[in-house]
Design a binder for this molecule. Structure first.
Ligand code: GUE
Length: 297
């Protein structure tokens, strides 16, 4: 029997734990604050940012939302980041990606105070993660680790294959899987657009993480019987629905569901965990900055 992993349920449990932490902080008059900055007209980005703000409200986190017209010069965004860095009510800062072409993405990531970098994308935090001393684990890969733990899926000694090498998912995911300790110790392979004989690699995976951003690229004959299949892809594809699109993952769910031992759906799989781990990192940031201890799992 294939397990269809319920990401919403796992995320709800983590959100309850985060709420307990915000109560602990509130008892010391600390209210965690998360600033989100959107410099884009993209509909999907708007949806995701508003979901993050909603999630903050539900867990006792102050959400501060900032919108910058995508036609403004890059300096407007840089100045806003400087202001948020200096604002003591803001413990976490998230600049929604992608930013417009005339904005230097690397400058954005490097400019955020690394102690407020709840995405974990600042070079200092990337370095710490790789060194096995993470401050903030990037939300999506951290969420995948939480899914594996919640489902009792051991990673130690397993063959893990990550498809995709992005800075926000593929690279940190592979790093976490290969590291010493819980949720790590896997023999990890990273595949990407230049990989030869991809199916040969993916068929070797006990744990397959699909994060290439290519709709339904992983099909049933590319996976091993009983594999754990984690689908990080969230692709809007045109469809005859009310909204004019539907969400599909990087995994062809129907063709994989029989063969897989466990599989995450899209939506309702990894996505909700990404948001839960953002709340988690925000509470962690507030705890560090205020010196009030919390017990995050
Ligand atoms: N600095 C930055 N940090 C991010 O974490 C970040 C970002 N930029 N840019 C865009 C991506 C995308 N992202 C998602 C988070 C949750 C869902 C999510 O919860 N999805 C729901 C469905 C949502 C829907 O219905 O559209 C699900 O999968 O069940 C999706 C996408 C965070 N991102």
């Amino acid at each position: 029997m294939t397990t269809i992993i319920d990401g919403n349920e796992i995320a709800d449990r983590i959100r309850a734990e985060v709420s307990a932490c915000t109560e602990t902080l509130a008892a010391s008059d600390v209210r965690p604050g998360l600033a989100t900055v959107l410099m884009s007209d993209d509909g999907a980005s708007e949806t995701y940012v508003s979901m993050k703000q909603q999630a903050c409200e539900e867990t006792g986190i102050d959400g501060f939302h900032h919108e910058i017209d995508p036609d403004e010069p890059a300096a407007v965004l840089y100045d806003r980041i400087d202001e948020l860095n200096a604002d003591p009510t803001v413990h976490g800062i998230l600049v929604q990606m992608p930013v417009p072409d005339h904005v230097d993405k690397r400058e954005v990531l490097a400019r955020i105070d690394p102690r407020k970098d709840v995405d974990g994308f600042h070079p200092e935090n990337v370095g710490r993660l790789v060194a096995g001393n993470a401050r903030f684990k990037p939300c999506t890969p951290h969420g995948v680790q939480k899914i594996l733990a919640a489902e009792g899926i051991e990673t130690e000694g397993k063959d893990a294959v990550v498809v995709g090498r992005s800075d926000i998912v593929g690279k940190p995911m592979a790093n976490l899987l290969v590291q010493y300790g819980e949720g790590g110790n896997a023999t990890t392979t990273v595949c990407h657009s230049r990989t030869r004989n991809l199916a040969e690699k993916t068929r070797n995976a006990d744990i397959l993480v699909a994060a290439a951003g290519v709709p339904e690229m992983i099909d049933g004959d590319m996976i091993q019987e009983g594999a754990t299949v984690i689908d990080v892809g969230i692709n809007r594809v045109e469809a005859d629905t009310e909204k004019g699109y539907e969400l599909v993952g990087d995994v062809d769910f129907e063709s994989c569901r029989e063969t897989a031992g466990a599989i995450t759906p899209v939506p309702g799989g990894v996505g909700p965990l990404t948001i839960a781990m953002l709340l988690y990192n925000t509470v962690k940031a507030a705890s560090h900055q205020s010196g009030v201890a919390v017990e995050l799992p």
